[in-house]
Design a protein around this ligand. Structure first.
Ligand code: HEM
Ligand code: NAG
Ligand code: NAG
Length: 322
């Protein structure tokens, strides 16, 4: 009799363990808020569009926020947390400090969404994923949309050391970029396609100075133009568009690379292997192929180590742990 109940206890605990781990592994789904807050997605879109109307660059900044969130401990909104006595904010990590932006818009979205939902049911991590999509789509006439998978939860800590280690810096060579993305489960095609995120937005002088003074693979006229804006010393924060049309989702990012007018060293590096050269060339003259591939790779990036089920929490304020 005792034996049976012990066995039964074991089975129950075992079954519970399976349930919890299944819970934590719950896949993301596009209809996650359909019951709890059907107005969530239209509300995010409205606030992103208002923000884009005020400042065209904000879409690029929101897209980059999602990328820098996902590459650090997964897409868990850890990037949004301010420093506390327990941890330092990722905002001060080298790739983010004085560079990453868009936090005010995220806060505006969060307030609007919590109000329309009547309760804090939408995670900050999901807000970043949806805002990234609406930013890219808001930039085009030419951008292609996609269904964002949802159900991420928010972290209860920030990971500045991982941010310094895992967010790729612009001076990486192609083999290092490939490894950096492979570490996140992303392949060479994802690397090329997602680098196409640089079809919108701007870079500061500090991020491309070494490229325009030291590298050989750069168009001479482009080099001269850039050196004027970005002298050997000074002008660190001067901005230059990442492609010729920084407010439009198009294929110019890729044609620029073919013309040796990639702004960052890491952009131009994509022309350094047969495989990546082939992909850059393909996307440079096929907007539809780029749009489709971008949608697929964004979903893949958005799936990096999400917290689901009972893990993490739904923050009430994206900047602080509940
Ligand atoms: C492949 C490796 C990548 C490297 C080395 C890289 C590096 C950079 C750098 C250095 C900047 C300029 C920052 C500054 O000067 O303040 C930048 C901007 C940007 N990055 Fe990347 N990036 C990469 C991949 C990505 C990906 C995967 C996305 C999104 C899918 C992305 C989206 C953006 C956007 C939109 C901007 C402009 C942001 C703005 O104007 O506020 N990047 N990136
Ligand atoms: C971030 O930037 C500020 C302002 O330029 C600077 O004072 C600070 O030292 C930087 N922080 C880190 C961790 O590099
Ligand atoms: C990439 O290719 C260009 C042009 O062939 C070359 O100048 C550059 O040094 C290469 N990059 C690396 C890291 O080898």
């Amino acid at each position: 009799m005792k034996m049976v109940s012990i066995k039964l206890g074991f089975v129950i605990i075992f079954a519970l363990a399976i349930t919890t781990s299944a819970d934590d592994d719950e896949p993301l789904s596009s209809d996650f808020y359909e019951k709890s807050c059907p107005q969530a997605l239209p509300t995010i879109k409205r606030v992103v569009e208002e923000a884009l109307y005020q400042e065209k660059r904000i879409g690029a900044s929101l897209l980059r926020l999602h990328f820098h969130d996902c590459f650090v401990h997964g897409c868990d909104a850890s990037i949004l947390l301010d420093s506390t006595p327990e941890f330092q904010s990722e905002k001060f990590a080298i790739p983010n400090n004085n560079s990453i932006r868009g936090f005010e818009v995220v806060d505006r979205i969060k307030s609007a969404v919590d109000e329309v939902c009547g309760a804090p049911v939408v995670s900050c991590a999901d807000i970043l994923a949806v805002a990234a999509r609406d930013s890219v789509v808001g930039h085009g006439i030419r951008g292609q949309s996609w269904e964002v998978l949802l159900g991420r939860r928010d972290s209860t800590s920030a990971y500045i050391d991982e941010a310094n280690r895992d967010i790729p810096p612009p001076f990486l060579d192609l083999p290092q970029l490939v490894i950096n993305f492979a570490n996140k489960g992303l392949d060479v095609n994802d690397l090329v396609v997602l680098s196409g995120g640089h079809t919108i937005g701007f870079s500061q002088c500090t991020s491309f100075r070494a490229h325009i003074y030291n590298d050989a693979n750069i168009d001479p006229g482009f080099r001269r133009q850039l050196q004027e804006l970005c002298p050997q010393s000074g002008g660190d924060a001067n901005l230059f568009p990442l492609d010729a049309t920084p407010a439009v989702t198009d294929t110019n990012y890729f044609s620029n690379i073919i013309a040796e007018k990639g702004l960052l060293h890491s952009d131009q590096e994509l022309f350094n292997s047969t495989e990546t050269k082939h992909l850059v060339t393909l996307y440079s003259h096929d907007l539809e192929a780029f749009g489709k591939a971008f949608a697929i790779s964004m979903v893949k990036m958005g799936n990096i180590m999400p917290l689901t089920g009972e893990s993490g929490q739904i923050r009430h304020n994206c900047k602080v742990v509940n």
